[in-house]
Design a protein around this ligand. Structure first.
Ligand code: FES
Ligand SMILES: [Fe+2]
Length: 325
């Protein structure tokens, strides 16, 4: 994983008030709950006293109580009360567990996975989506999240994996693609065409009008959108569980229809279509070996893989710059 990043880890609706939630993310067991104001709190799910899972405990006045001996944790992961020592007894500083800063908006919860003093105020999101309505679903994939991401950066697979859906039309020749990276945002423009048997694929610098093509965007470390039109987007968050498992959150966003029932119908239809397409991907991607991709690995890439190459290069740069994987 890339250190010092905000990671989407959960949809807001998954974390209910009044009950702690145990999830595994980024190779860690995490205990989440909502405090008295509804703010998401996240700490390591292992009591520093004798190792019990804190998410089995109770929320008391917005804090988390360990089910074993009643130690109470605040959202910074500090123990603020040890009942066996007496209510007024001071709690040693060493009584604490790892805590994670959280951010919540757009129906998602993020955690800051990195050094506390390097926290960026807010994670990046495709802000324009605030004006859209959406439907969503999640899916478990037995791959490292880098593979799930690369699948959505892959324009070569469309006429094969999605022959019956978004890849119909036998457009097997991949011009470019043109890939533009601005800081942590990669935009790539898609120009797949039918093979006339004579013209080889155009190189990226031979494509001048690329801004007219439809495009997809990925933002590190784990969100993506497909700019289907000004009013319709597909969105995905690739949430690392551990080195071999990922949860893919898919959303279908639209702002074409705002009339209540019709809106729900359109969002539902978009969701079903997204599930069908994602399952076509999953069938193939979960067979990839090794399950985790690297910048230097035994694969023979082609020009059409440029978005994937760019993703791997910059991912490695980010990993190196924070020197913790
Ligand atoms: S194990 Fe948590 S209070 Fe003892
Ligand atoms: Fe796909």
């Amino acid at each position: 994983m890339i250190y010092n990043q905000w990671y989407v880890i959960l949809e807001s609706k998954e974390l209910k008030r009044g009950k702690p939630l145990l999830v595994k993310r980024l190779n860690e067991q995490l205990s989440l709950w909502r405090d008295e104001n509804g703010n998401a709190c996240c700490i390591e799910d292992k009591c520093c006293h004798r190792g019990v899972s804190l998410s089995c405990g109770k929320i008391i006045d917005g804090k988390l109580e360990c089910p074993f001996h009643g130690f109470i944790y605040d959202k910074q992961g500090k123990v603020i009360s040890i009942p066996a020592n007496g209510k007024n007894a001071a709690v040693p500083q060493s009584m604490k567990v790892q805590s994670y800063r959280t951010f919540e908006d757009y129906g998602f919860i993020w955690i800051w996975w990195g050094d506390e003093n390097k926290t960026e105020q807010e994670p990046f999101f495709f802000k324009e989506l605030k004006d859209f309505s959406y439907s969503s679903f999640k899916d478990d994939w037995n791959v490292h999240y880098s593979r799930a991401i690369e699948n959505q950066l892959d324009v070569v697979h469309l006429p094969f994996v999605h022959k019956t859906t978004i890849g119909s039309g036998n457009k097997t020749v991949v011009n470019g693609p043109v890939v533009v990276r601005e800081k942590e945002l990669i935009t790539f423009y898609v120009n797949n065409v039918k093979d006339d048997g004579k013209t080889p694929a155009l190189k990226p610098d031979e494509i001048k009008d690329y801004k007219n093509f439809f495009y997809l965007q990925f933002h590190y470390p784990n969100i993506w959108q497909n700019f289907i039109s000004d009013k319709i987007r597909a969105f995905a968050a690739f949430v690392p569980v551990d080195d071999e498992n990922t949860i893919v959150y898919i959303r279908y966003y639209q702002r074409m229809i705002n009339i209540p029932l019709l809106k729900q119908l359109m969002n539902f239809t978009g969701k079903i279509a997204s599930i069908v397409i994602l399952r076509q991907d999953k069938r193939v991607v979960v067979t990839q070996l090794p399950v985790k991709s690297e910048l230097k690995m035994d694969e023979r890439l082609i020009m059409g893989d440029k978005p994937i190459i760019e993703y791997r290069k910059h991912r490695q740069e980010l990993i190196d710059s924070f020197s913790k994987n």
